[in-house]
Unconditional design. Sequence first.
Length: 74
Amino acid sequence: MLSHQGAYNQNMEILYILIPLGILVLGVAVWGFIWAVKTGQFDDLEGPAHRILMDDDDARIPKRKGEKTTEPGK
């Protein structure tokens, strides 16, 4: 039974490394989330999705040679 007890103690020693490491990883994740909220990463979640549907990029389409522009003022 002593051999089992020694193996149990050796396996439990890994917790002295894993628990602080887990707390450190959790702390980094919480810090990253707080940083993202403070810097406005979550302010406009729907804007880019709606912006791609708007048809405002006609002026950026290159014209062929000899084709007249239909833009007002040009």
